[in-house]
Design a protein around this ligand. Structure first.
Ligand SMILES: COc1nc(N)nc2c1ncn2[C@H]1C[C@H](O)[C@@H](COP(=O)(O)OP(=O)(O)OP(=O)(O)O)O1
Length: 181
């Protein structure tokens, strides 16, 4: 089983007469999310949040911070990540990936592209779900509103996961995580 993370940085877009975006105090104030267009590997060509697989003995929180820095250059204090979801992706009845989802309104730096990802700020009402994993439209809107989710998503058809068929889902909203990563 693969253990992985996704991280969704959020901000408030520049208002009339402002040239720069503002940090949001909390998720409810934010109206833009940083997505990446994946440039290689699983989900190549699709939009997603920054993230990737856990390495060595790092915690999910440490992984989300490292992957976000590697992929788009933002600096995040691990304590500023809010755990927003736990997603289980099944392939042909077996757990393929367990994914920890985080969001944050506190980060430093400007996003820059990398070999793995092209970053793009997108309005939370304009997320390109037609260019994302099929499961995302079921859980990401709630996560961007500040809710928490535990979800199970079943795919069938064999490897690779991004060519398998999405067949079933089960969602539980507004849960408290016993382990927040
Ligand atoms: C099955 O549905 C999925 N939906 C979404 N939204 N995201 C998913 C799904 N399955 C996997 N993911 C995420 C989890 C990870 O963030 C990435 C895959 O990570 P990747 O394989 O690129 O991991 P890295 O460690 O960055 O890879 P490298 O070895 O290339 O560095 O997709």
């Amino acid at each position: 089983m693969i253990e992985a993370t996704l991280c969704f940085p959020l901000r408030t877009s520049p208002g009339d007469g402002e040239s720069e975006s503002q940090p949001a105090d909390d998720v409810s104030e934010a109206d833009e999310v940083l997505l990446i267009e994946k440039r290689r590997g699983l989900g190549d060509g699709w939009y997603n949040g920054p993230g990737g697989k856990l390495e060595g003995d790092e915690t999910p929180r440490e992984c989300a911070v490292r992957e976000t820095h590697e992929e788009v250059g933002l600096e995040i204090d691990p304590a500023d990540l809010e755990k927003a979801g736990e997603l289980t992706f099944l392939l042909d009845g077996e757990v393929h990936t367990f994914c920890h989802v985080f969001r944050t309104t506190a980060f430093r730096g400007e996003p820059r592209p990398s070999e793995e990802a092209r970053p793009e700020w997108v309005g939370v009402e304009e997320v390109p779900y037609d260019r994302m994993w099929e499961d995302d439209r079921l859980w990401l809107p709630g996560v961007l509103e500040g809710r928490t989710i535990a979800g199970e998503f079943a795919f069938s058809g064999g490897e690779p996961l991004d060519e398998a068929e999405f067949v079933r889902h089960d969602l539980e909203w507004d849960i408290s995580f016993t382990d927040d990563g």
